[in-house]
Design a protein around this ligand. Structure first.
Ligand code: DC
Length: 236
């Protein structure tokens, strides 16, 4: 309602459970823009690895699977999704098996190179067709779209993140407890920030937004204000 249309790329990075996906989707739909969830691409490759019976720690075999996987990403923020070929895997990639195996898969440099190339092509297509896209992940501001005119790095306390993830799991019908999720959040934070290839970190020119005590509307409002300040909206 009256937000105008987004021009350019908004890069939204941060660890899991900071509300990135919900914020990115809301922002993209408020601004008539496309939405790209890059984590879903690492998850889909991980699912392909598991389906092939390949060890997620075997970088060579993981790379072969990634090269052979045909990822199709839907970027409508009202109906996002991801396919392996014809197979809609949007639900299955959120399961515990994939969540457990995605860190080693996403640490393989050849997998990152391949997916970053695909992500840049999706971004270029969105800029050509609708003019704007909100991209969420871990390395968007640092690697995928370092020239994005707005980079936001979302943070929140580990407790707040674990509580959010647990609520999402329960809402999606997956069994989950805050303690187990907190342990998983910490494990993945550690892994994602200490890996050699594109570790999770804020770009030097990213604006940090702490969402610990913000709800979804509050966080979206804060990012919309940054979009406005950067002159990235066109009206009419
Ligand atoms: O955002 P998510 O939890 O769906 O991401 C799944 C995993 O993929 C996460 O553990 C880190 C990895 N990831 C990444 O390395 N780079 C990205 N741009 C997005 C996700």
């Amino acid at each position: 309602m009256g937000q105008g249309q987004l021009r350019g790329v908004v890069a939204l990075d941060g660890p899991s459970g900071t509300g990135k996906s919900s914020v990115a989707r809301k922002l993209a739909s408020a601004l008539d823009a496309r939405y790209l969830d890059t984590g879903s691409m690492y998850r889909a490759v991980t699912l392909a690895v598991l389906r092939a019976g390949v060890d997620p720690d075997d970088a060579g075999k993981v790379t072969e699977i990634a090269l052979g996987a045909r990822l199709v990403v839907a970027t409508d923020p009202l109906r996002p999704g991801i396919f392996l070929g014809e197979d809609d895997v949007s639900g299955e990639i959120r399961g515990p098996e994939v969540t457990l195996a995605v860190s080693p898969v996403s640490a393989v440099p050849a997998v990152r190179e391949l997916l970053v190339g695909q992500q840049r092509a999706i971004i270029a297509d969105a800029l050509d067709s609708v003019g704007g896209i909100v991209v969420e992940g871990r390395d968007i501001g640092t690697v995928v779209a370092p020239d994005a005119p707005l980079k936001v790095y979302l943070t929140a306390s580990a407790d707040a993140r674990a509580q959010r993830r647990t609520r999402q799991d329960v809402a999606a019908g997956r069994t989950s407890t805050v303690d187990a999720v907190l342990a998983d959040v910490r494990r993945r934070d550690n892994y994602d920030s200490s890996r050699a290839a594109s570790p999770l970190r804020a770009a030097d020119d990213a604006v940090e937004v702490d969402t610990t005590s913000l709800d979804l509307a509050g966080t979206v409002g804060a990012v919309l204000e940054l979009v406005r300040q950067r002159g990235m909206r066109v009206t009419g």
